[in-house]
Design a protein. Sequence first.
Length: 80
Amino acid sequence: MSEKFLHITDAEYVSEYLLRLTFSNGEVRSFDFSKVYNKGICKKLQDIDYFKNFTLDGWTVDWNNEIGFAPEYLYEHGFM
């Protein structure tokens, strides 16, 4: 994987709909997914058991090969 492209190297469940994400540039940011889980397929994230069952697909956080977010979006809209 090229270091030129921002990607997520680690993700940790914090609480409710909050994940702590480590990016390939070394920065750690948190992202509150409750801000995005009210539309389309993202409604599945409202199920907390589904939400907690995420994986990393090499670039970003992934839910069952159905839901994924661009790492750049998570980085830009995340908080420290």
